[in-house]
Design a protein around this ligand. Structure first.
Ligand SMILES: Nc1ncnc2c1ncn2[C@@H]1O[C@H](COP(=O)(O)OP(=O)(O)OP(=O)(O)O)[C@@H](O)[C@H]1O
Ligand SMILES: [Mg+2]
Length: 591
């Protein structure tokens, strides 16, 4: 198992954190009335909690000290009502915020999903599916707390801290100064710890994504893993990744937790300074008992929010990476898009032309080098050549899964870059070895190629490719539910269904990329007939290792080193005694 492929291969775009935050909070603005309501409620909450120590001070100094118990009860009753109402408003606030946040997350999820659907092959080539999943699930969930806490922590706690300072100074500037003397030290400690913690949290997120990617691939490749008895090794890789994941977490948490200690220390020292100044320096004649106790309360009301804000900040730096990655995907423009104002391609005859086409996947190595050819409508072309020669690449360019760097690919004379992608791909049928079927009924799967196909059309298509008989033998016929990816069917059956799906969409251009390479001879005959029906009247590109398919082609292209090295029909190429002849002798003689 190549652990290396699960290493951190993502370069996070260094965008301004503030920008990311603002963009995230921009989502909140769509809920201004709810947020405004929450803010009002929270303003009330802050006011009540700030009033509590003052009420206590008044109770002690004005009422208890003076023996005014009637006044005391009135004061306490008022305090009780204020605080009871507070409890109700807190509930309401939590409910509204949770609702708003969930809706925002839903919006982001939808935006991501819609966007990912538009992204091109290149995007998926460069990222394991697991990492994409991890973003959609993990990163978005992690935003929930950030969004909600930014309203319910940042604003009221910020307000509280500011108000506490003002009230303390107003009550007694000397006591205030003494008890807040530790603030600058705390601030320095905070900056230091955050600078250290940020990269650690980023690392942790990356390790999480790596682990997800691995698990995803592991599940998808379970058959292979078991057939190679590779469980031990995958387990080792898993352990290694889990270890890295945990180590990264421990490391980050240890760093961030240090901040709690800094706060505790600042608070403790602040209390000592308060008591020392209050009792020893100023003495009883300057500070009443009530004021003194109120100060103690305010001091704790000062450090608590700071602790909260710091926790929030931690959460923010941890999760901002998630937000950055989400926005990075949202900002990845689909490389293959409709140019502005492109027209739809009208129904085509099926002519395909390559004009001096050169192509590279990575802008470095040329995979195709100055390839030119013209295929007449209805022609069947077989592409042969060594593995890695560029056969799949050629057909991928026809359906514009990638854009060519040089030259032009034309369908019926239209440059494929200059017509709408939908109108192009709708007229093509593409089948690969991985005949991906979706969970759903057989009928739904066949209809996938043409959503408005009638039942008659579906059955006709299935009959044409020899799929009808086996479908009818299933208990529920066309209504049989398929498992995910067509599990429960044989490979040949899946292939026949994929043929039917393509047949029903009635494409003018057909691409079969190794579509028939893995079935037994009996099914093969069925499949072969199916293919012949499928090919009739269409321009077809067949990449196959089977002699029979190849020999029936109108023309054979021998692809070598990104060029068409030889072309002609089977007889001509045999006579030429070139590459095809050698391939034939080496590979097909036995058949
Ligand atoms: N998505 C990709 N990203 C980067 N390089 C790629 C990609 N797909 C193919 N290549 C490279 O392009 C070259 C041509 O690949 P291609 O898939 O066209 O070969 P092929 O002729 O279809 O081979 P095979 O018979 O094995 O299917 C190979 O060297 C391959 O490594
Ligand atoms: Mg290929």
């Amino acid at each position: 198992m190549a652990v290396n492929s699960y290493k951190d291969d993502e370069q996070s775009v260094e965008r301004s954190k503030i920008q990311t935050l603002l963009r995230l909070f921009g989502y909140l603005l769509q809920y201004k009335w709810q947020i405004l309501f929450v803010l009002v409620i929270m303003g009330y909450g802050v006011a009540v909690s700030l009033a509590n120590p003052l009420i206590m001070e008044s109770a002690i100094d004005d009422h208890i000290a003076a023996g005014d118990y009637a006044g005391l009860y009135r004061l306490l009753a008022a305090a009780l009502i204020l605080n009871l109402f507070l409890v109700v408003t807190v509930k309401a606030r939590m409910y509204i915020m949770a609702k708003v946040c969930n809706e925002i997350l839903l919006t982001i999820r939808q935006q991501l999903y819609t966007h990912i659907q538009k992204l091109d092959f290149k995007f998926f080539d460069s990222r394991p599916t697991g990492k994409i999943l991890s973003r959609i699930i993990g990163d978005i969930n992690s935003l929930k707390d950030v969004l909600s806490n930014c309203v319910t922590t940042l604003i009221p706690d910020g307000l509280t801290v500011a108000a506490v300072v003002v009230i303390m100074i107003w009550k007694n500037p000397k006591l205030a100064l003494a008890s807040l003397l530790t603030v600058p030290f705390m601030a320095l400690g905070m900056v230091y710890i955050q600078v250290k913690a940020h990269p650690r949290w980023q690392l942790f997120r990356k390790k999480s994504a790596n682990l997800n990617a691995f698990i995803h691939e592991d599940m998808a490749g379970m058959r292979i893993i078991q057939s190679f008895h590779a469980q031990k090794e995958t387990e080792r890789t898993f352990d290694e990744l889990v270890g890295e994941h945990r180590a990264a977490f421990d490391d980050a948490v240890r760093m961030s937790d240090a901040f709690g200690s800094v706060i505790d220390l600042s608070w403790g020292v602040g209390c000592i300074l308060l008591y020392y100044t209050g009792i020893v320096v100023l003495g009883a004649e300057h500070v009443s008992v009530g004021t003194f106790i109120a100060f103690g309360s305010y001091l704790s009301m000062f450090w608590n929010p700071i602790q909260n804000i710091s926790n929030f900040y931690n959460q923010l730096v941890t999760n901002i990476a998630g937000a950055e990655r989400i926005f990075e995907i949202l900002d990845t423009p689909p490389a293959i898009t409709d140019a502005a104002g492109v027209a739809k391609m009208p129904p085509i005859a099926g002519e395909v032309t390559f004009e001096h086409v050169s192509f590279s996947y990575d802008d470095k190595v040329k995979v195709l080098d100055d390839v030119s050819f013209r295929i007449k409508p209805g022609e069947t072309i077989a592409l042969v050549g060594a593995t890695g020669a560029g056969k799949s690449t050629i057909v991928n360019l026809i359906s514009r899964f990638y854009d060519v760097q040089e030259g032009t690919v034309r369908v019926d004379g239209y440059d494929v870059k200059k017509v709408s992608i939908e109108s192009l791909r709708r007229q093509m049928g593409i089948m690969t070895q991985d005949n991906f079927l979706f969970s759903g009924t057989i009928r739904d799967n066949i209809r996938y190629g043409k959503p408005d196909a009638s039942d008659e059309e579906i059955i006709a298509a299935a009959k044409a490719v020899n799929a009808h008989d086996f479908i009818m033998k299933l208990e529920k016929g066309y209504d049989t539910e398929l498992l995910e990816r067509g599990g429960g069917l044989s490979i040949g059956q899946k292939q026949l269904l994929a043929f039917a799906r393509t047949m029903v969409s009635d494409p003018k251009i057909l691409i079969l990329d190794e579509a028939t390479s893995s079935i037994d001879t009996k099914t093969e005959i069925l499949v072969q007939e199916g293919i012949e029906h499928l090919l009739a009247g269409r321009t077809s590109f067949v990449i196959a290792h089977r002699l029979s398919t190849i020999q029936k082609a109108d023309r054979i292209f021998v692809v070598e080193d990104g060029r068409i090295a030889e072309e002609g029909n089977a007889g001509e190429l045999m006579e030429k005694k070139g590459i095809y002849y050698q391939l034939y002798m080496a590979q097909f003689k036995g058949e």
